[in-house]
Ligand binder design. Structure first.
Ligand code: FUL
Length: 500
């Protein structure tokens, strides 16, 4: 009798606990520190974009053209921007940024402010327009379009005088009003001498102000943003610690930019949200040269982990050749790179796993939506149907802790041992960047926990490279967070492609 009573009590007791009304309905975490704009979030979620350096240098072999090259030098024999777009799409790149004007001043569109453009060349009898072709091809192919326009101009006669800033503003205006929406405006910080031997004092305030007015959704790149920042090197390497915050008060692109180390890591207390963009070329140079060849898949994977896997966007330069096509060896390499990424990331061992527990969670949803979350001892089990899951594909659902909880763990349990060597974590950046120290532990067959990685920041995406481990239990331990923890994704993968 006592046994039956005990059993009933246990059964009803557990049941009552499972379906008890939750004490704190709908109480999402407040944003912490500077947060991204909607355009910056959309930009960061693109993860990988193509950069195309193309212009007179493609035909002369120079990296920095003199600005004195004859316009006729630019004469691609088989330009096809649809090919660029299909390469980008098939390789999983979301956008393309074209050097509409590099330091030599040559414009790939008939810019009325210049006499050094495609219009003055023999190419298509002066009727060609690369910006038009690429923007239209991007539009058709569903790839976003962006432009690089160098303020440094070795051809413009007014360069080095106040008049040049006006010319440059008109140049920007023309590009920004004729070629549809652009997702990114790339401003190079290089500032050398113009044809009269003088350097220009740039009017960045006006360049940025007008760009924002004409292209409100364009993320503006420069050493100091305001939309995104240079990562501080051209080797494809973002800092292991990478804050998407930067102090830019009194700073300018070029000479007065923060140090390369600061750009690489960001500022812990930076006042502005200016995430890092890692620009790197698939070849040794930025422009195509017959004698150069693309990097290997291993090198590209390393770059991927060191950029996208470290809270940065990857802008990979793949220069079209003198025909105006992305060479076969580069597009082939990109397909191999894509195939490698697909192989590694196709199977997420954590996806929709039912056994996840956390040391703390915030009750975000109304009681009737929490039927599948129940307390057990000190932990809370979360099943995939819960709105704040970290293991689904919904970007806007997350695991968050109570406001006062800045140290917490999340444990994934498998019924059978699983083998992995990549741990992917994502913070929900619309609410800011919070985590400053975390580690990953696994349990061995004797029940002993062992640390396999210790890192600092997470940000939009962090992919931790670990030794290859086989385990039934993994713990992500957030050791220090600047406000309550908000993670929207945890993934576990096995990379058999990259040699560690
Ligand atoms: C640098 C330029 O000087 C290079 O030529 C290239 O365009 C690279 C992306 O930025 O500052």
């Amino acid at each position: 009798m006592l046994f039956v009573f005990g059993f009933l009590l246990l059964a009803f007791g557990l049941n009552a606990q499972k379906y008890a009304p939750q004490p704190k309905p709908a109480d999402p975490p407040k944003p912490y520190g500077p947060v991204p704009t909607a355009a910056q979030v959309a930009w960061q979620r693109m993860e990988m974009n193509l950069f195309c350096h193309f212009g007179p240098n493609t035909f002369t072999g120079l990296e920095w053209g003199e600005g004195t090259e004859a316009e006729d030098i630019f004469n691609p024999t088989a330009l096809d921007c649809n090919q660029w777009v299909s390469v980008a799409k098939n390789a999983g790149f979301q956008g393309i940024i074209l050097t509409a004007k590099h330091h030599d001043g040559f414009c790939l569109w008939p810019n009325p402010q210049s006499t050094h453009t495609v219009r003055e060349s023999v190419w298509r009898n002066g009727k060609g327009d690369v910006l038009k072709e690429l923007s239209e091809a991007c539009n058709r192919g569903g790839v976003k379009f962006g432009i690089y326009i160098s303020p440094w101009d070795r051809n413009a006669p007014t360069y080095g005088t106040n008049a040049y800033n006006k010319v440059f503003l008109k140049t920007l205006r023309h590009a920004h009003t004729h070629y549809g929406p652009i997702f990114e405006q790339w401003f190079d910080g290089a500032n050398g001498e113009g044809p009269n031997g003088k350097k220009q004092v740039y009017d960045w305030k006006k360049f940025n102000g007008q760009t924002k007015k004409l292209q409100p959704n364009a993320v503006i790149f420069s050493d100091v943003g305001p939309g995104c920042r240079w990562v501080g090197n051209e080797e494809g390497k973002c800092g292991r610690t990478c804050w998407s915050r930067l102090d830019v008060e009194g700073r300018e692109p070029g000479k007065n930019a923060p140090s390369q180390d600061t750009l690489n890591a960001g500022n812990y207390n930076g006042a502005c949200w200016i995430p890092a963009e890692t620009d790197v070329s698939i070849r040794p140079g930025w422009f195509w040269r017959e004698s150069e060849h693309p990097k290997s898949v291993q090198e590209l994977l390393k770059i991927y982990y060191n950029s996208v896997g470290r809270n940065s966007l990857l802008l990979l330069n793949v220069p079209p050749d003198s025909r105006g096509l992305i060479p076969a060896e580069d597009s082939l390499r990109l397909m191999e790179f894509r195939a490698a990424l697909d192989t590694i990331f196709a199977h997420d061992l954590a996806k929709n796993i039912r056994n996840i527990c956390v040391s703390n969670f915030r009750r975000v949803y109304e009681p009737d939506h929490t039927g599948n979350c129940y307390s057990w001892r000190n932990t809370v089990f979360i099943e995939p149907c819960c709105g704040f899951s970290v293991i689904d594909d919904d970007y806007d659902t997350y695991w968050a802790t109570d406001d006062s909880v800045t140290t917490a763990w999340l444990e994934i349990q498998f019924s059978q041992p699983k083998t992995f060597n990549r741990v992917m974590l994502q913070e929900y950046i619309p609410l800011g960047q919070r985590v400053e120290k975390f580690h990953v532990e696994v349990e061995d067959e004797n029940g002993t926990w062992r640390t396999i990685a210790e890192e600092t920041t997470i940000g939009y995406k962090r992919i931790v490279l670990t030794e290859t481990v086989t385990t039934k239990k993994v713990r992500i331990v957030i050791d220090k967070s600047r406000a309550c923890i908000v993670l929207n994704r945890v993934g576990l993968f096995m990379d058999r492609v990259m040699e560690n």
